[in-house]
Design a protein around this ligand. Sequence first.
Ligand SMILES: NC(=O)c1ccc[n+]([C@@H]2O[C@H](COP(=O)([O-])OP(=O)(O)OC[C@H]3O[C@@H](n4cnc5c(N)ncnc54)[C@H](OP(=O)(O)O)[C@@H]3O)[C@@H](O)[C@H]2O)c1
Length: 333
Amino acid sequence: MRKRRLGSSDLEVTEIALGSWLTYSGGVEREHTEACTRAAFDAGINFFDTANVYGNGASETAWGEILSDYPRSDYVLATKVYFPTDGGSGLSAEQIHKQIDGSLQRLQTDHVDLYQCHRFDVETPIEETMQALADVVKAGKARWVGFSEWTPEQIEAGLEAAADGVTFVSSQPQYSMLWRAPEEEVFPLCDSHGISQIVWSPLAEGVLSGKYEPGKPPPEDSRAASEEMNSFIGRKMKDETLEAVQRLRPIADEAGISMVQLALAWVLRRDELAAAIIGASRPEQIHENIAAAGVEMTSDLCDAIDDALGGVPVRGTTLAPGARGGVLHRHGD
Ligand SMILES: NC(=O)c1ccc[n+]([C@@H]2O[C@H](COP(=O)([O-])OP(=O)(O)OC[C@H]3O[C@@H](n4cnc5c(N)ncnc54)[C@H](OP(=O)(O)O)[C@@H]3O)[C@@H](O)[C@H]2O)c1
């Protein structure tokens, strides 16, 4: 699979990364977690994204067990810190030092390749956070650092407070055909500082696969039907959205690819991305999804997608009817 350089780091990551959020923290059975992780490896995925908060460490523990079967140099491992766990929360120096040790223990490794601030901590001076991240890097526990869902102001503050030459190489925002907010400011700001995007929920949690049809109950084996996993996807399941997504089907058919491949190729069309982080509940999804890497998105395809989605509001963001080229109208999200 094609690889891209992660920001100004020396890491080469596959365009499709595997994430472990709702799935491998308990949403799917342990045997599915293992089957998907191994399928990802076998398919050539080298980039794995987790967090200390996923299942309060359960996701890291599962991957620690599975990934320890593979040479450590064969994969790029990313985890995150901030959200509450049994061990505490936030980005204070104390938390960062404590949480990285917990993550490494669960992941059965002496270092992660990327350590990400899962959100910005308004309670901790940014200088303290940046120094703690630098100390973690100097101790060899993380090779590079990044952040997730920081505002442009927070990103700038972090860059300004960078300590001992340790600065960010990645940004992890939500980004999909249905959620384009970071295009406006986060993408260009990061680009000008050598920071790549590694985007989450590129399939809008599976909505962009087209398997959820308006007015019909979700398929039984889907995230939307799962009590354990459906707390977020509900917002994306409005009939209006599902109808618009169905209008993408003929576009994918005509391009000779699946809707999932269309959605992933659409995010990967942006050079600012190093990777799209997918979730998968079974190996077949991984096989289908990785085929998106290498699909060329023409401007005609992008225009057809914008026309199909015209007028759809998703979490406060509306693509203007007939708007082309990703013109967004925001309603104070
Ligand atoms: N930084 C953050 O704050 C943050 C937040 C959220 C996520 N993330 C990261 O991003 C990763 C991906 O998020 P996500 O799981 O929401 O990504 P996603 O790729 O948008 O959605 C994944 C889900 O879509 C469904 N799916 C995948 N491939 C499919 C296919 N070929 N056909 C039909 N359905 C398919 C599966 O659900 P079902 O089969 O169960 O329906 C799968 O679990 C997470 O694991 C995590 O690492 C980060």
